[in-house]
Ligand binder design. Sequence first.
Ligand SMILES: [Zn+2]
Length: 290
Amino acid sequence: MKGLDKLSGRGFSCRMYVLGPNKDRHMVHPQTVYSTDDFVGCPEEMQSIPSKGIVSFFMEIPDGNQHLEISFSSMGDGQREYKVPLWQAYELAMRISVEGVNPITCLPSTNRLEQYVVNCPRCGSCMSANNFCSKCGIWIPPQNYLSTRGSNISEMACVGFYTDDGFRRFKFTSEERGIATQIMGSDAQSGVIDVSFYRSLEPKKAHIVYREGDSGEVMRDSRRRAVGAGTKIEGAVAPDQGDVRDFEATPAVTLRLHLLSPEEMSRVLRSGASVKRAGALAGLMLADED
Ligand SMILES: [Zn+2]
């Protein structure tokens, strides 16, 4: 079963880059991911959930020396089924959940897009004009998502947990040091990264041809490594200049990535094609498989 260079579903996509120290994602190939629906060895809880718009993939969890970046540059290519790429037709918002934590707010993920203009999302008190919460003593990001209103999609990426003046890289560490475990305890969604895409209600321009695309399916397991906070890098969350209500209330699709240990990874890859893909030959090795 072939690996993929991106997670994709319903015309939306993103790529995962696994980088060593001092490496730039522009210099390396995206990490190979696999569709959970292609393998019999993926437990049912890892499969896609079409009714919830969840399309699932898996890859091997990076080791402790590496960090992860989620890039949206892939949205600009490979969309032949759409006459106009979605990002050209609509404004888009991407809300990310890393093991259950929103990396922009560093709070447990909520299932909606939120802007923070008046009240602090942590304590509810009034923030100063520059989004400083004096009660919490921290700067609050302008919103809990990334948006094409304010950023060029070819450069859009999520590189870590947002802090006052930059990002702490997504780094792979022990479960106790995992950010989600520390914030949410046993509610952390260990080893699961969700990227939810929202489309603007109105197209950017008139005359857009849009067809509903593919839908995939999902998976899941337990693991020894978790997503922690690594080296600090400079950066800011580009504010969405428009109204959050310009976006649809529910995501068009959620691309879900399961991070598997090397052992789980080889077990699943050896498990063979799912019934859906291979029909009567399910579970048998096929001649053209890697
Ligand atoms: Zn506060």
